[in-house]
Design a protein around this ligand. Structure first.
Ligand SMILES: [Zn+2]
Length: 233
């Protein structure tokens, strides 16, 4: 019997709601068998459902220590997420995922380099993950810095990663300035999309798994004003 205290925001007037069964499922750890039986598309659906719970204030409060114990000897995450370091966009929170559910690689502006592509190769080839998500977000400081061409320490070199996204701009997008909200959003979306598209080009392992439909690669944007995640492809 599940304790009522395990659920957050999904109990009303002292009785369990229809979300209880869903909550129990959310708290089930990902075993290799559960991972194998979760299709790449179902992985996207699980993330979507998690974001809907998050938006509705119905994030599930699982027994995380039990999950730690359940995943001690083996992890089998269903998704690998490349996200920004932004404090407002922690992937596990905005997708309402728990211990052992998702790999997360985070770097300012959610680009990829050799180390992150290698990490994703580990996720999909060694650990069996079937869904890759590149998660950009609105009002991104890294993207704004790239738009403004900031020169500062190692940030200068890091911003070169956003040149492909900046190249999508045209005169119709207006003045290249971080106060141009629509332009910043366009670059952030282009960066997430192009980063996702670059993965098969940068990795034969990822390309082969994607071509044989064993994995999917998706790009998405998180809105820091609402918490909502929207899919770009
Ligand atoms: Zn950011």
């Amino acid at each position: 019997m599940l304790s009522r205290r395990m659920f957050c925001g999904c109990i009303t007037a002292g009785f369990f709601t229809a979300t209880d069964a869903q909550a129990q499922s959310v708290c089930d750890i990902f075993t290799p068998d559960r991972q194998k039986s979760t299709s790449p598309e179902q992985g996207i659906a699980l993330l979507n459902e998690g974001n809907e719970r998050f938006l509705a204030g119905r994030s599930v409060n699982c027994d995380l220590v039990a999950q730690v114990k359940g995943t001690t000897s083996k992890q089998a995450p269903f998704a690998a997420i490349v996200g920004c370091i932004d404090s407002r966009v922690p992937p596990e929170l905005v997708f309402d995922q728990k211990i052992g559910d998702v790999f997360c690689a985070r770097v300012a502006g959610n680009f990829v380099n050799t180390d992150i592509v290698g990490s994703l190769e580990y996720a999909v080839k060694v650990a069996g993950t079937r869904t890759i998500v590149v998660l950009g977000h609105s009002n991104c400081g890294a993207i704004k810095s790239a738009v403004d061409g900031v020169k500062m320490g190692n940030i200068t070199a890091m911003l070169k990663n956003f040149e492909p996204a900046l190249k999508t701009l045209s005169p119709a997008d207006g003045h290249r300035d971080s106060h141009n909200d629509a332009l910043v959003q366009k670059v952030a979306e282009a960066n997430a999309r192009l980063t996702a598209q670059s993965l098969p080009k940068r990795s034969k392992i990822i390309a082969d798994l994607a071509a044989s439909k064993q994995i999917v690669i998706a790009a998405a944007m998180h809105d820091v004003a609402t918490g909502k995640v929207s899919w770009l492809n």
